[in-house]
Design a protein around this ligand. Structure first.
Ligand code: ZN
Ligand code: ZN
Length: 411
């Protein structure tokens, strides 16, 4: 028997370094994880440099690498992928940006960079789309509201560049700086000029909007400007199906990961109650992934909460969240005819509260896969496994080989 279908489970930022609060163990070592440990015992383990040794990955560059799209070739900044994940269909050449709704006072100073953590800004984004006009630049734009105060913006037009500054002053009580080109190029200047015009038209329009007048009456900060950053030009991506001959889906609460998935043609599967934090609907995500494999060949499932605990430096919370994840993974044990691949996209050590280049643990389990002597899923035990130490770019070739979907090299 050979497993034919693949679940790639990325437990975002789960791997770590020794934590003082855990007696010198990592959260994965300290957590009770019977399900992950059984997968390690029944599968083949290793450690993986998501990009290459010593390179500290972002979640975006790492996921591209794991999916077989080398980031040095495909990564053009966070903006276009975030825009795609927010629901904008990004075509090659379009410029994408990440946005925050924010509050400016009458003089134009930023008084709240998140507009009181406003929710449901959809009507504001529609009003801007309907009334702001960039046709003098030959630009069509799309503005989509995301979760909370977040949004995404995309420009479509000729001769646009993506090397421009942000108008986010990164602190309150000051004026947002104007957009400027980062290079002496007409394309970048055009994008910067169009962004300045966009803000010039959007602020009075937003300030007058009924939703903001209501917020003002209630003493809430108005969402009357947009802070824009992370500009990038959308590249050209061969689809996942063309590349591997596999159909696929993505399940993730993080718009960035969803955006990477849909960019390469994976089907986005929303899951009710998926939040991207420790309170997420883990059981729902695991069930959705298994259901999806009835139809599709491949599912990318990203679970985010451990990364958040790492960024907050909370080792005990991270360990506790890992135990919750482990419990939710129990249904995977019955899916022997599925190739289950569990890894992280990078380490997020609590001691540094950011991503590090430490390699991540990896286990692959399913019908036909070899086993090794590893019986625990953690950074230290997996290093003794049969996969040894691989780079992220080797993951998809190994997966495709284990499901018999590769062509022979030579005779
Ligand atoms: Zn990540
Ligand atoms: Zn992170």
């Amino acid at each position: 028997m050979t497993a034919r279908k693949v679940l790639l489970l990325v437990i975002d930022g789960v791997s770590d370094r020794p934590c003082r609060e855990l007696g010198g163990l990592t959260p994965l070592q300290a957590a009770r994880t019977p399900v992950l440990d059984r997968m390690a015992a029944e599968g083949v383990s290793g450690i993986m440099d998501p990009i290459s040794p010593g390179i500290r990955p972002g979640s975006d560059t790492s996921h591209l690498s794991l999916l077989g799209y080398p980031p040095e070739k495909y990564y053009t900044g966070r903006g276009p992928l975030e825009a795609e994940g927010t629901g904008i269909r990004m075509e090659p050449g379009m410029i994408g940006f990440r946005c925050n709704y924010a509050t400016v006072d009458e003089s134009g100073r930023v008084v709240d960079r998140r507009a009181g953590r406003i929710h449901h800004t959809g009507t504001l984004s529609s009003a801007v789309e309907d009334n702001v006009n960039l046709s003098s630049f030959g630009i069509e734009f799309i503005l989509r509201s995301g979760v909370g105060h977040r949004a995404a913006l995309a420009f479509r037009g000729e001769g646009l560049g993506a090397c421009v500054t942000s108008n986010d002053p990164k602190r309150e009580g000051v004026y947002p700086p104007p957009f400027t080109p980062l290079r002496d190029s007409a394309a970048d200047r055009k994008t910067a000029d169009a962004l300045n015009e966009f803000i010039r038209q959007a602020v009075p329009l937003l300030t007058r909007h009924a939703l903001n007048r209501e917020r003002k009456e209630q003493g809430l900060p108005m969402a009357n400007t947009i802070l824009i950053r992370g500009a990038g030009q959308m590249g050209t991506f061969e689809s996942f199906t063309e590349r591997y001959g596999l159909s696929g889906s993505v399940i993730s609460a993080a718009t960035l990961i969803t955006g990477i998935g849909t960019t390469i043609g994976l089907r986005y599967v929303p899951v009710a109650g998926a939040t991207g934090s420790a309170d997420t609907n883990l059981d729902g995500k695991v069930k959705a992934a298994l259901d999806e494999l009835n139809e599709q060949d491949f599912v990318l499932l990203n679970i985010k909460g451990a990364d958040e605990a790492g960024h907050d430096g909370l080792a005990i919370e991270k360990k506790n969240f890992i135990e919750q994840v482990d419990t939710a993974l129990e249904p995977l044990l019955d899916a022997r005819d599925r190739l289950i691949v569990v890894c992280a996209d990078h380490s997020t050590p609590c001691s540094i509260r950011d991503h590090s280049a430490d390699p991540v643990p990896l286990v692959i389990r399913g019908d036909g896969v070899r086993t090794d002597a590893v019986t625990q899923f953690d950074e230290i035990a997996c290093a003794q496994g049969g996969l040894n130490r691989i780079s992220g770019g080797a993951l998809m070739p190994i997966i495709c080989d284990l499901i018999n979907r590769t062509k022979k090299y030579g005779a």
